[in-house]
Design a protein around this ligand. Structure first.
Ligand code: HEM
Length: 214
């Protein structure tokens, strides 16, 4: 790492991101086939169900392994994501002008995670848990749970699919396409962002990590 760069994501969390998101994309696509009636013919021999269950197993097991190996990283991430201050409220107000018009004058300084990233964490954690609980009930209590309970499981699973699927497009758009997020892709692939990017997008975090170095 040169002195023009700052480490944003360490290797284990990048590996977690890509295996976990790979599983999610697999679940999303095979789920779409099960969800849209017109595509039902693709599910006829049930191979989509098999892939959906393999994807689900990876989606569940990988974060558990990460949690066992690196509990402090998980605790740290949750703490960052669920700690909100007045700067987050300021971000919510200023964000539309920033993301749509490139006007950054009202954007409050951000920590290691900006407010948008905190919201994505929230969605990933809450809907991840809902997906897993409802999915496990549907697989393991198919014959023992009452039809009303199973109906609820399907409904919650479907709502989670619609909300988190829509937000995934926002996540990919901001991370890969948006012209102002220049170093997001290199952060999640190689781990680093430039010091200029860190200063501009995560001023409070940059002040912490650069303390005593400049
Ligand atoms: C498959 C397409 C995906 C792409 C191209 C992608 C891309 C990225 C990028 C570029 C970042 C770094 C953002 C930054 O720090 O500036 C990131 C972070 C992150 N991604 Fe993804 N991602 C994808 C899927 C997912 C999925 C499916 C999940 C959840 C299951 C996920 C969860 C996260 C989380 C929690 C972060 C850290 C917080 C944030 O920066 O939003 N990603 N991703």
């Amino acid at each position: 790492m040169t002195h023009h760069e700052v480490e944003k994501y360490r290797k284990p969390i990048r590996i977690l991101h890509w295996i976990h998101s790979g599983a999610f994309v697999l679940l999303f696509l095979t789920g779409l086939i099960l969800f849209i009636p017109g595509l039902g013919f693709l599910a006829e021999d049930s191979w989509t169900r098999v892939i959906h269950r393999i994807g689900a197993a990876i989606f569940i097991v990988i974060p558990i392994i990460y949690l066992i190996i690196n509990p402090r990283s998980v605790a740290r991430g949750l703490k960052l994501a669920f700690t909100w201050t007045k700067d987050d409220i300021g971000w919510l107000k200023a964000a539309p002008r920033y993301y749509f018009l490139g006007d950054e004058k009202d954007m409050p300084p951000q920590g290691e995670m900006n407010t948008g990233q905190k919201m994505w964490w929230f969605i990933v954690v809450v809907f991840g848990v809902l997906f897993v609980i409802t999915g496990v009930v549907m697989v393991f209590a198919k014959t023992t749970a009452s039809p009303a309970v199973l109906q609820w499981m399907v409904f919650i699973h479907d709502v989670s699919f619609i909300v988190s699927g829509a937000m995934l497009f926002v996540h990919i758009y901001l991370g890969v396409v948006h012209p102002l997020m220049t170093d997001a892709w290199s952060a999640i692939t190689g781990g680093k962002v430039s010091t200029e990017y860190a200063k501009k997008h995560h001023a409070k975090w940059y002040a912490e990590v650069s303390k005593g170095k400049e």
